[in-house]
Structures are given as C-alpha cells and as structure tokens.
Design a protein around this ligand. Structure first.
Ligand code: ABU
Length: 384
C-alpha cells in the first residue's frame, strides 16, 4: 500500500485513514483525571464503575460496526489502516502510579494527528491511556515508508498526582443554587482537572482548517500542551486557542465545533456548532468576519440521547461525523434531524450504524484518524 502523509483540513478529499479496533478493550480505569459515571440509574445503584476487560459480546458488536465503516471507506476507494490491539486488561505501573488496566484502541483521533506531512503522537492526559500509542506504532512505521513523512512524539508527562487538580471533581457541587454571577465566574475561569505543571494534550482537542489550527483548552489539553504544539508547528500553521465555557467537562473538540466546508467564490464556509456549547463572542465574530457560517446542530435523536450505560461521552456524539470530501459526510444512521439539516446544506450523506461503538470513547470522527487528504495549507482566515 502506498500513500503520502498529508492532511491540512477536515474536509479535503480523503485518501487514507486509520479506523480503530475494539479487540481486547477494557473499562477505562478511574484515576485522578477520570471518574466513570454509569448512565443507567438502576445499574448505578447496584454496581460501581467496573474494572477489567469488557464483555466479548460488547466488543464483537463494536467491531462489527467498526469493520462496516472500514468496508464502507474501502468501497469508496479510500485506503484503511487498522491498529494492532495490545492486551488492554493488563495492569500498568510507572515509578509514580499504577492502574488496574488500560482502555482500548478504538479512538486513534485522541492519540495521533496528521498536520501536513507531520504525524504527531499526543502526550495523552489519562493514566489508563498512557501506553495506547503502542497499538498505532505498526501504522506509524508503515507511514515512515513515505520519505517526506515527519514523526513527532510529544514529551510524555509523568501523570503523577501533582499534575491533576483534585478539587475539580467537587467544583460543581451546589452549582444550581449559586447566583448567576457565581455560576458565570466558575464557568469562565477555565480551571480543569489538569494543572499547568506539565505538557499534556489529547490530539482530538485539535481541529484543522488549513493554515489555521484550532485547539480546545479542556480536561484533556492544558495551556502548556497548546504552547508545545505552537512552538513545534509555528513555521507551518497558526494556532488558535478556543474555550467553550458552557461545557462543564470539555474533552475533545469534535462534538463541539465541526468544520464541514470552506468558503469559496463568495459562498460562506460551513461549521457545525453545538447549541449547548456556544463559542465566546470574540471567537464567533472572528469566524463570521472570515466568511464562515456557524450552524447549530439539531438536538440528538431520542434513541441516541439515552447514552449506553458505560459510555462516558456526551449525547453530542450525534455531531461526530467524518468528511469524505467537501460535499460528502459519513453520519450515524439514527440522527435524522441532523441528516435533514445537512441535506438542506447540499451535503451527500452516507449513513452507518455506530451506536455500539459509543462506549469505547466516541463515534465516527473519534474512531478514525485521517492520514492523507487532497488538500494544502491554504489560508481560510484573512482577517484577524
Ligand atoms: N471523545 C469525544 C467526546 C466529546 C463529548 O463527549 O462531547
């Protein structure tokens, strides 16, 4: 298989992509950076957040949908690369900490990102995901055959206890009874579970729009992580930091701000936005001034609003779609209102079943990572 590592945008014609696998997946372990929450109150009354390997039938059901996505992509002429799962039920230990098991390799989007001809491995921010990169090393060595490819690994943080702000988990206690002023202050101080003692980021907090890259400051990406990316990449791209104050637990930008198509010939570009997580006014003005139309996603379909019991993602997985090109999107099959909106914007849709993948960390965008698109580092933002 031959390919050229190149991806500057979320929408260029897709040529090569990684699709995750659910083999050997375990429950993401609780730790300073992560608290599991069981969505079904009846189950939550009976058991604590589980540890160890997931049931084989649950893994098989997710793999069936992941394999179906891979076949759909292959049938469109897109090359698909798959990870090499390790045994995620293993206990892991460093000099500073230990967790009962790891997670899975369903979501390459969190672990690695292609920016131009660079493949960057993220630091990751959670202990249970410390070694997840090992599942993608076969792929990265395969990409290394492209002599133009550059491989960067971000500095691994210690993930020791002093990297996390313990107070985060009680931050919202009694929130509803607070005054509007107090609520506003809590939401706008952008203090998340990672402190600034070490560089940390998950790659899924980044969205690519040509010469401009937007990075969400979040539970999984701190400001030092964003600064590391800026210093590594500032010869090639301009980094913008985004905050979404109304997302109480921001983690990964691809259920919040999803660019679909760039402005062209005086026709505005399209970005799908999350109505519960509005942009700050200054950022909204920036996009609009540069000829981008911000369109709120409809509420998720009823079926998908009830998240699977052991799913830690939000109902906004509804927006977690994948662009094949500027006119074609792969979307989850149940999101009928979103389908109507996208069709009204003249997108062609390819629908796939994907709900069984949700509890493995995300939906269609999360469980893929584009390696090659036909695009360049064109600038789509002329005005500051
Ligand atoms: N991994 C993406 C999850 C984002 C969200 O729950 O909104």
């Amino acid at each position: 298989m031959s390919f050229r590592v190149n991806a500057w945008t979320e929408w260029g014609k897709l040529k090569t992509i990684v699709v995750g696998k659910a083999d050997n997946a375990a429950f993401q372990p609780e730790e300073p950076g992560y608290k599991g929450k069981i969505n079904n109150p009846l189950i939550a009354q009976e058991i604590n957040w589980p540890v160890g390997k997931k049931k084989q039938s649950v893994i098989d059901a997710a793999n069936e949908q992941l394999d179906n996505l891979s076949h759909t992509l292959t049938s469109l002429g897109i090359k698909v690369l798959r990870p090499t799962p390790i045994d995620f039920s293993q206990n892991i230990k460093t000099p500073g900490w230990e967790v009962s098991n790891m997670f899975c390799c369903v979501c390459p989007r969190d672990v690695m990102i292609t920016i131009g001809n660079y493949v960057i491995e993220a630091t990751m921010s959670k202990r249970g995901r410390f070694f997840e990169y090992l599942s993608y090393r076969d792929i990265i060595y395969c990409l290394w055959h492209d002599s133009h490819m550059k491989w960067k690994t971000a500095p691994k943080p210690s993930m020791n206890i002093n990297m996390y702000w313990e107070g985060y988990w009680s931050k919202f206690e009694g929130f509803d009874s607070k005054s509007n002023e107090e609520k506003h202050q809590i939401l706008h101080n952008y203090q998340y579970v990672l402190n600034e003692s070490e560089i940390a980021f998950d790659a899924a907090d980044i969205t690519k729009m040509g010469q401009d890259i937007f990075i969400q400051h979040s539970m999984t990406t701190n400001l030092k992580g964003i600064e590391w990316l800026r210093r590594e990449l500032d010869q090639h791209v301009k980094i913008h930091v985004l905050n979404f104050p109304y997302d109480k637990e921001p983690s990964h930008i691809d259920c919040t701000l999803v660019p679909l198509r760039p402005p062209k010939n005086n026709i505005k570009g399209v970005i799908l936005t999350n109505p519960e997580r509005p942009l700050l006014e200054k950022d909204k003005i920036f996009f609009e001034k540069n000829n981008w139309q911000l369109i709120d996603s409809p509420l998720p379909n009823k079926i998908n609003s009830q998240m699977p019991s052991f799913c830690s993602s939000s109902k906004w997985l509804s927006m977690n779609l994948l662009s094949i090109d500027e006119n074609t999107l792969i979307v989850e099959e149940n999101e009928t209102e979103l389908h109507s909106l996208l069709r009204s914007l003249e997108f062609e849709l390819i629908k796939v079943p994907y709900r069984k993948v949700f509890e493995f960390g995300g939906s269609i965008h999360c469980s893929t990572c584009d390696i090659e698109r036909e695009d360049t580092n064109e600038s789509f933002f002329q005005t500051n």
